[in-house]
Design a protein around this ligand. Structure first.
Ligand code: COA
Length: 307
């Protein structure tokens, strides 16, 4: 079934506190040089007072204010997260409440780790396609600092806090969008959160390079397009070297990929919507974009749509 929607608003929120690589040098055995050359990260944000639902609400408000979107149109709220401050009420329920939406709309969370936003967008646009709903607010929000072990230099240098939001509306006139979401479960504890994040970085890296390349090729083929038809690829921001490797293997210049990892590190489900909000705020429009993500599970996903 075609998924036809238009993107009507996007927004982001990142906490004001910045943790630089130099700050991390003071608490663990690492160096700015190691982090920059191995990951591309220079700094990341750390929430102070804000919990996950605050980050999500502020990103939603940014989208609503920036595009002067009427809150009353929103029929669905989905939040992708692995760092909600509680299991229930869902973070999406809390966002609905904090936005002051009193109509009995559907709001719920999903967990697909760092691929969460791509999954959530697929779910939202599929629901819109039933025509029972007109407008969906899709958010990726993470307060990863609350699940980091600041004595583990393999993980604590990588992640940051933030949220991004997208509002989409069903539109029969829109060009069809394409999704390819999946999972390849690995039950050997390669990437887990049981209290704090634990990870075998090398194995995640190998999975990522392979799946990002395949996901891009497969979703482009499914859409009946060529790579040259895509204006920009917005990949999950986990490690700049992963994207450099994919850029090389697909013979695409790095300029084809939007990147902001140096400023925020890996914000998991929030990374793609933050990148997208910044991309649209830079004035990009009437473009065909491809988003691609991967994460714990392993999960992976890609989508082609139009902004
Ligand atoms: N500072 C300094 N040295 C560090 C370090 C740090 N923060 N973290 C690890 N090291 C050391 C290791 O202990 C190792 O030392 P050794 O050779 O003496 O044993 C050395 O650096 C190399 O470690 P290695 O794990 O081989 O580095 P790497 O090049 O694979 O980079 C990651 C590590 C984590 C940056 C990289 O594997 C990665 O990005 N993986 C993907 C992670 C990811 O994307 N996760 C999220 C998925 S959504």
């Amino acid at each position: 079934m075609n998924q036809q929607f238009k993107v009507v608003a996007s927004g982001k929120y990142v906490p004001s506190d910045i943790v630089t690589n130099q700050d991390l040098e003071k608490i663990i055995d690492t160096s700015d040089e190691w982090i920059r050359t191995r990951t591309g990260i220079k700094e990341r944000r750390k929430a102070n007072e804000e919990v996950c639902s605050d980050l999500a609400t502020f990103a939603a408000k940014d989208a609503i204010d920036r595009y002067q979107y009427d809150l009353n149109n929103i029929d669905i709220i989905i939040v992708a997260t692995i760092t909600g401050e509680q299991q229930t009420p869902s973070i999406a329920n809390v966002v609905q409440g904090k936005l002051g939406i009193t109509r009995p709309i559907m709001s719920f969370d999903i967990n697909a780790a760092c691929t969460g936003f791509v999954y959530a967008l697929d779910i939202a646009s599929s629901l819109l396609q039933t025509k029972r709903f007109k407008s969906a607010l899709v958010i990726g929000s993470e307060r990863l600092s609350s699940i980091l072990d600041y004595t583990d230099r393999n993980t604590c240098i990588l992640f940051g806090d933030g949220a991004g939001a997208l509002i989409i509306e069903q539109d029969d006139q829109a060009r069809p969008s394409y999704f390819l979401n999946g999972a390849k479960p690995d039950l050997t504890d390669v990437l887990t959160v049981r209290g704090t994040i634990a990870m075998d970085g090398k194995r995640v890296y190998q999975f990522a390079v392979d799946i990002v390349e395949k996901s891009i090729i497969n979703v482009v083929e499914q859409a009946g397009l060529k790579l040259t038809d895509i204006d920009r690829i917005l990949p999950h921001q986990a490690n700049e070297r992963i994207i450099q490797s994919v850029s090389k293997s697909l013979s695409l210049p790095m300029e084809k990929f939007a990147m902001n990892i140096e400023n925020y590190g890996n914000t998991s489900a929030a990374s793609i919507p933050i990148l997208l909000a910044e991309y649209m705020a830079d004035g990009h429009q009437n473009e065909t974009i491809l988003v691609v993500g991967f994460g714990g599970g392993f999960t992976f996903g890609a989508a082609i749509f139009y902004i």
